[in-house]
Design a protein around this ligand. Structure first.
Ligand SMILES: [Zn+2]
Length: 244
């Protein structure tokens, strides 16, 4: 969810995704598409599965690993994120605990660590579901589309029932051209649902605003409402205004 942080008031503050709002957003987006296609399929939430890997960090890590604060921080954030998904009714069978090892620390530091178990088991689950009930739609929420070729190999017709929910590839630099190309290779029956268009509906919080500075438009939340007579403005913009 690091991606969403870039839409927020403070890019380094955690984006708290509200999973029940996410399900509402998906249901709305699907209902619109289904009604356009004039097929009257009722949209209701089916089985929910959550897939991720979380590092188990030893109580006394090898001092030779150096500062692993960034790994600890990431694991804690992911644990909270997975917990929120479970609270919203997602099945936790796809949450893997991975014991942290020295060689992983090196790769993580160089951004070269790849977790394969999650992709593989997610593909297996999706294939199982697609075969068990071909009339259902299967929404795949994922930041990358690496597993799509594997699914299309096993279930060639899968693009008929799978709805991809992702961030638009144009957001990714510098591989955006490549990702756009890869996405265009799949002939989906349903348009992918792009999450960044719904950020203001996905964030956890009571009073959610979009900064009224047209060059900013970042999302922020407040514990109490911004008075109706004033334009909502995020703190960085407010401070920048004051310093001019
Ligand atoms: Zn702003």
């Amino acid at each position: 969810m690091g991606f969403f942080a870039s839409f927020m008031e403070f890019a380094d503050s955690p984006f708290r995704l509200d999973f029940s709002r996410l399900l509402d957003v998906l249901a709305d987006a699907l209902s619109t598409q289904v009604s356009h296609s004039k097929q009257h399929i009722p949209i209701e939430v089916g089985d929910l599965y959550f897939y991720t890997a979380i590092f188990d960090i030893p109580d006394h890590p090898d001092p030779e690993w150096g500062d692993i604060g960034f790994i600890r921080h990431g694991s804690e954030a992911r644990t909270r994120f997975a917990g929120a998904a479970i609270d919203a009714g997602f099945n936790p069978d796809g949450i893997f605990r991975v014991p942290l090892r020295g060689w992983m620390v090196e790769k993580l530091r160089e951004h070269r660590y790849q977790e394969k178990m999650v992709d593989t088991s997610l593909v297996a689950r999706l294939v199982e579901q697609a075969i068990a009930d071909p009339s259902r739609l299967h929404v795949l929420i994922s930041g990358d589309v690496d597993m799509l070729p594997a699914i299309s190999t096993v279930v060639p017709d899968y693009t008929k029932t799978v709805v991809l929910d992702t961030t638009h590839p144009a957001q990714y630099e510098p591989e955006s051209a490549q990702s756009s190309f890869r996405l265009s290779q799949f002939k989906f029956n349903y348009e992918p649902i792009y999450l960044e268009r719904h950020v203001d509906r996905l964030v956890e919080g009571t009073y959610i605003y979009r900064c009224s500075n047209p060059r900013c438009q970042h999302i922020f939340t407040r514990p109490s409402p911004v008075p109706a007579y004033s334009n909502p403005i995020c703190k960085p913009c407010y401070l920048a205004k004051g310093s001019r």
